[in-house]
Structures are given as structure tokens and as C-alpha cells.
Design a protein around this ligand. Structure first.
Ligand SMILES: [Zn+2]
Length: 216
């Protein structure tokens, strides 16, 4: 039975690496995938992993109907044996419904990869719809670590290394970035709640009397 599978986790947990591995394994067996992405760190029309691998992808636009896109592709003699959707948290809920329809009506496996929650620990709408519709949700086992060494379960947005909790849900950035840019850092829940990033923990260790001491 074809399936809609949602592979999820924090930033930096190896989602795109796994997407590329699935793509590689299937193309090695002669299968051809339709690969969608959106706002990949390597630029438009790419699916890249932090380990340096990259492949071409279809850049999903606002309001694009993914089911129609696949039907058009197939009716024009194109081939698609399975579908990969990377950065699926950036897809609209309707686009997730379209991917479910691809599974049910076109009998294709759809593998979606995405971050579960945003920098305020709220579900992305696309990820929420995937949790609602997926046949399987797989939490990735390559676990990212907080600076304290605990399992990182939350994404923090930072500016100059300091965690921020205001702003638009989607601001493209990365876990590697220069000092004053918007960046992201994965944290354990405890340090996400205390808004303590690697940089602020270092600053607190260097000058404990300067920063307020958190009690909880
Ligand atoms: Zn921590």
C-alpha cells in the first residue's frame, strides 16, 4: 500500500540527509522520484543536506497545486515512481492534502520531511496537517544535541546568539550564520524555556553577576 510518511524532527537532525538517502536508494534501483522543496538553504530548486550533498528539486510556489502538478507531469509522459517533499513545514495545509491525494489516487509513496515546531515551539501549519493526515510519523533518530549535551527537541531563533521569541513564523536562516544575522539553534526544552543559548550560557559563565540568574 502506498503511504504518506512524515519524517520529522528539529533542525539539524538529518532530515535532508535522509531524504537524499531515500532518493539515492530508489534511483539506484531504477526508480525516478518527483522531488519538491521550498526555501532550501542551497537556494531555489535544490534539496541539500548539511553534509554537502545536493540534488535538483521542484521549488514549490505559494498556492501551487501539487496533485495537479503531478497529474500534468504524468500526462505529458513524465515519470514519477515516488514523491519526496523536503522542507514540508513550509507547505500550506492544502498542499499537504494534495500530497495525501497523490498517495490515494495516484498510488505513489510520498515521503515528507519537515521540522515539527517553529521557534516559539508551535506547530508549523504544514507539519500540523502532516501529523493529522500521515499514515506514519517517524521522529528521526539522528538526534541533535543542545549545547548542554541533552537531546535537543526545540528550535530557537537567535539574533547575535541571543534567543528571540517575536517575529514572523518563517524567516529563512541556518544553524551556521554570522554574528548579527538571524540564526537558529537547537535546544533542549529546559534551555528553550529559559531562553539560554550556547552564546548566552558562555556569557553567563564568564560574568555571572552581569546577567540575571534564572531561578526555575
Ligand atoms: Zn540544554
Amino acid at each position: 500500500m502506498p503511504e504518506l510518511v512524515f519524517f520529522c524532527g528539529t533542525m539539524d537532525c538529518g532530515k535532508s540527509t535522509l531524504a537524499l538517502q531515500i532518493e539515492h536508494n530508489r534511483s539506484a534501483r531504477g526508480l525516478q522520484g518527483m522531488i519538491y522543496s521550498r526555501d532550501d538553504r542551497a537556494g531555489e530548486g535544490k534539496l541539500s543536506s548539511r553534509l554537502g550533498l545536493v540534488t535538483d528539486a521542484v521549488e514549490v510556489g505559494d498556492g501551487q497545486d501539487l496533485y495537479s502538478h503531478l497529474v500534468d507531469h504524468l500526462s505529458q509522459g513524465g515519470r514519477a515512481d515516488y514523491v519526496i517533499a523536503d522542507e514540508a513545514q513550509f507547505l500550506a495545509p492544502e498542499q499537504i492534502d494534495q500530497l495525501a491525494r497523490v498517495v490515494d489516487d495516484l498510488s505513489l509513496d510520498v515521503y515528507a520531511f519537515g521540522i515539527t515546531t517553529d521557534f516559539r515551539s508551535k506547530l508549523f501549519p504544514g507539519s500540523q496537517r502532516l501529523v493529522e493526515l500521515a499514515d506514519r510519523v517517524e521522529v528521526l533518530q539522528v538526534e541533535a544535541l543542545c549545547w548542554c549535551g541533552a537531546r535537543a527537541t526545540h528550535n530557537a531563533r537567535t539574533i547575535g546568539g541571543v534567543m528571540v521569541v517575536e517575529g514572523a513564523q518563517v524567516v529563512v536562516g541556518d544553524v551556521t550564520h554570522s554574528a548579527d544575522e538571524v540564526g537558529y539553534e537547537v535546544l533542549c526544552r529546559r534551555h528553550h524555556r529559559r531562553r539560554m543559548t550556547a552564546a548566552t550560557s558562555r556569557a553567563a559563565a564568564l560574568s555571572p553577576d552581569v546577567l540575571p540568574v534564572t531561578s526555575a
